[in-house]
Design a protein around this ligand. Structure first.
Ligand code: CA
Length: 277
């Protein structure tokens, strides 16, 4: 896949002094073919190398509010420099500068959780709303370039390398727990009546823990952040071949949404692609 420049800047909170990160990105979000609303949200601060996708849940407009609140709060906090004071309870975990992206993501997930939880406490109609969250922070240092991922729920991050797609995040879902316990196979999980049920969400409780991991990146790697509206409709091999055949990130993100719709489009579909130069 060859791209000339950053193809999409729907939302950016990057400050002008942000360090340049050699990444390009494209994102697409679509309600799908069944639902009239779109409870997914996606946002990016490309100058900071920060990208996030959220998939909201809750009655009426609550899901839409939850995902938007979480994505905005996440991006705003993740864009803050880690040289700004770290809350006391986190200070002990800073052992070297290499820990900075982890702290940045922990603070940003906590801010997203607080934003959603506090709003739902304030308004009865929004009680119980929540959202998934998957994010990538591209971090360059003397040792090279890494993608730090954070996730809560079943929105996923994948890596396309050498034409192969690999899931980098683990879902927080009932079926994922059943797969790990040997009760279900991956194939059976696709048809499970509880395949929608997640075991962790942003904003449903006063605190939440995200899984945060570092993945070294190579030149030519492509990261995909996606809501389950994409990953329930398409197999990994289909996603990989669409990306490999796409002429640009923008074309790839649109082709993935189109393919998910062609397979049924039963849920909102959100795709965010990030490429390292
Ligand atoms: Ca969904």
């Amino acid at each position: 896949m060859a791209d000339a420049a950053t193809e999409n800047t729907p939302q950016s909170l990057a400050s002008p002094s942000a360090p340049p990160v050699g990444v390009r990105f494209a994102m697409s979000s679509h309600p799908g073919r069944i639902r009239s609303d779109n409870q997914d949200a996606c946002a990016a601060a490309p100058g900071r190398g920060i990208f996030v996708v959220c998939d909201g849940m809750g009655g009426a407009a609550a899901g839409e509010i939850a995902s938007k609140l979480a994505a905005d709060a996440f991006l705003e906090t993740a864009s803050l420099s880690t040289t700004e004071p770290v809350p006391l309870e986190d200070a002990a975990t800073v052992t070297s500068t290499a820990d900075c992206p982890k702290i940045q993501l922990e603070r940003a997930v906590a801010a997203a959780n607080r934003a959603v939880y506090q709003r739902s406490e304030r308004y009865r109609a929004l009680r119980g709303m929540g959202t998934t969250l998957v994010a990538a922070l591209i971090h360059s240092s003397g040792a090279g370039c890494s993608a730090w991922t954070a996730n809560v729920g079943d929105s996923r991050c994948y890596l396309l390398r050498d034409k192969l797609l690999r899931q980098l995040t683990s879902d927080h879902s009932v079926v994922e727990e059943q797969i790990r316990a040997g009760i279900l196979s991956r194939e059976q999980a696709e048809f499970s009546p509880v395949r929608n049920v997640i075991t962790r969400a942003v904003g449903t409780q006063s605190e939440v823990a995200a899984d945060i991991r570092e993945h070294p990146l190579r030149s030519g790697d492509i990261l995909l952040l996606a809501s389950d509206g994409l990953t329930r409709e398409l197999h990994d091999e289909d996603i990989a071949s669409i990306l490999v055949l796409s002429s640009s990130l923008d074309a790839g993100s649109k082709a993935l949404v189109q393919a998910a719709n062609a397979h049924g489009g039963r849920d909102n579909i959100t795709v965010l692609l990030i490429a390292r130069d």
